[in-house]
Design a protein around this ligand. Structure first.
Ligand SMILES: Cc1cc2nc3c(=O)[nH]c(=O)nc-3n(C[C@H](O)[C@H](O)[C@H](O)COP(=O)(O)OP(=O)(O)OC[C@H]3O[C@@H](n4cnc5c(N)ncnc54)[C@H](O)[C@@H]3O)c2cc1C
Length: 464
């Protein structure tokens, strides 16, 4: 229940359409794609500019009301979920995109702008904000920055934090911080902007950002390879790294993932029937065209037994179809049945031994669920999915998966990895955080939180 004084001031100080307690809005804006938590927000607020965000934050702070920042709600860690009577602050009305500055290659964006809209806005200038993944049609600039999103182009461009020049952030005290302006170089001590990137809306509300843009890449070639297993995929990656190509994406999926996406989406299989023999995994490779002769290079891969089969897209249409096999995988798995997910990373040099132990772990009868693996192999990042068998209840399935998770996280720790490569901690991975963060680090992280949000009202219960 929200305090009467809060409701009174909200009514006096904000426009009528600023907030909603409509059941459909509470349901929609109270949850994200994780879909594991029951949304129970008390109210949804829709500010139109930074001033309204600041006034709302101050009002919440003075009234002891918790606030949950919400973007496109495509997060997969429960970061934007409101389960406990909080006020959700949705930035859907803050989508403005400024003029593209072609001298500095930047654009100023409000945090509610959709990722793909930024791409469309900049492409006529031959520029792009190189944050790219399957949910780009719904995710927002604010959400991307708050999660330091990764995606399929990290291997070429790095994470979101590399593409944020300046940040405007509202603190829970209602202060508006302008961090780093539009400076490429600013060596004046601690870079406060970076504090708010990747901290999942627990330290401040991102309202605007000056985004750094990259030239749209030249002609791209898309290959799809069949390989023996993930070991072979790593060997292929090594060969690709040593070629003259500029690698845009190196993605992998296991055979059961490809079979699922082909069946769920009624897509043609990329290879002839016989190519399935001995194949355990597939690789999607996208490269920027170079002087290297593609057919000679491709023939070399077969000669060295690095691949069992391969196709090179002959048209933009075919390239899109090949990409849809990889990008359609997460949704296809979720459509098939309930899946338990993990998103882990290890240094690429540890990937082979890690994967061997991982497969053994899931093969063991005490775990026994089929493992579907896909992900950004070139970044050492694998998305693990186990699918609920039809004859098992969801609660029991999740309980058993969580037991396996503990062994998985211990394995990740053994190989110096991270229990959350790109999806964040949110609510979902809180208990696993200690596998990737030391007690000393936790003390420092909590100290920063105390400094910026001493009452613990901003996105409460997330990460910490
Ligand atoms: C099919 C699918 C594929 C995906 N693939 C990838 C992938 O390849 N790589 C990847 O990294 N992620 C991926 N994701 C996860 C997700 O899309 C990203 O994490 C994305 O950046 C979230 O953006 P959003 O706007 O939807 O944020 P939300 O889900 O709304 O919020 C995410 C977090 O950010 C906070 N937040 C949102 N807006 C703000 C703001 N303005 N200020 C402060 N905090 C804020 C929220 O409180 C929450 O903690 C995928 C998701 C789906 C459904």
């Amino acid at each position: 229940m929200l305090p009467a004084s809060f409701l009174q001031r909200l009514k006096q100080e904000f426009p009528v359409d600023f907030s909603s307690v409509d059941a459909a809005d509470l349901e929609e804006y109270g949850r994200d794609w994780t879909k594991l938590y029951l949304p129970k927000p008390a109210m949804i607020c829709f500010p139109r500019d930074t001033k309204e965000v600041a006034r709302l934050a101050r009002l919440c702070s003075e009234s002891g009301v918790s606030l949950v920042p919400s973007g496109g709600r495509t997060g997969l860690a429960g970061g934007a979920v409101a389960t406990n009577g909080e006020v959700v602050i949705s930035l859907v009305k803050m989508k403005h995109l400024g003029e593209v500055d072609t001298l500095s290659n930047t654009v100023r964006a409000q945090a509610g702008a959709v990722t793909e809209a930024v791409h469309h806005h900049c492409e006529k200038y031959g520029l792009t904000w190189p944050i790219d993944f399957a949910s780009k049609g719904s995710s927002t600039v604010g959400g991307n920055i708050a999660t330091n999103a990764g995606g399929v182009k990290v291997i070429r461009y790095g994470l979101t934090r590399n593409w944020v020049l300046g940040l405007q952030v509202v603190t829970m005290a209602g202060e508006v911080l302008e961090l780093n302006g539009a400076l490429e170089k600013n060596n004046t001590g601690l870079d406060l902007r970076q504090l708010f990137i990747g901290t999942e809306g627990t330290l401040g509300i991102i309202t605007e950002a000056t985004l750094k843009l990259a030239p749209v890449p030249g002609d791209l070639d898309v290959f799809f390879f069949a390989v023996k297993d993930l070991d072979a995929a790593v060997d292929l990656f090594h060969a690709v790294r040593r070629s003259s190509f500029s690698v845009m994406a190196f993605e992998c999926l296991t055979k059961n993932c490809l079979e699922t996406v082909v069946a769920q989406r009624a897509l043609p299989h990329p290879f002839a029937q016989s190519a399935g023999e001995g194949v355990g995994a597939y690789v999607l490779l996208e490269v920027e065209r170079s002087g290297e002769d593609l057919s000679t290079w491709l023939a070399g891969l077969f000669e060295k037994d690095l691949v069992l089969d391969g196709v090179l897209a002959q048209s933009k249409r075919q390239a899109t179809d090949l990409w849809s096999l990889r990008e359609g995988t997460p949704e296809s798995l979720m459509q098939k049945n309930f899946v338990h997910k993990n998103d882990v990373s290890v240094p690429i040099s540890n990937l082979k031994p890690f994967v061997h132990e991982l497969i053994e772990l899931y093969k063991h009868p005490r775990h026994g669920f089929e493992l579907y693996l896909f992900g950004h192999l070139g970044d050492g990042n694998l998305h693990l999915n186990t699918m609920k068998p039809d004859n098992l209840d969801k609660v029991e399935f999740t309980k058993r998966c969580k037991v396996t998770d503990e062994e998985l996280f211990a394995l990740v720790q053994k190989y110096a990895g991270s229990v959350s490569a790109e999806h964040g901690i949110g609510l979902l991975k809180k208990e696993a955080l200690h596998y990737s963060r030391t007690p000393q680090e936790m003390v420092l992280l909590k100290g920063v939180k105390m400094l910026l949000d001493p009452k613990g009202l901003l996105n409460p219960g997330k990460i910490f």
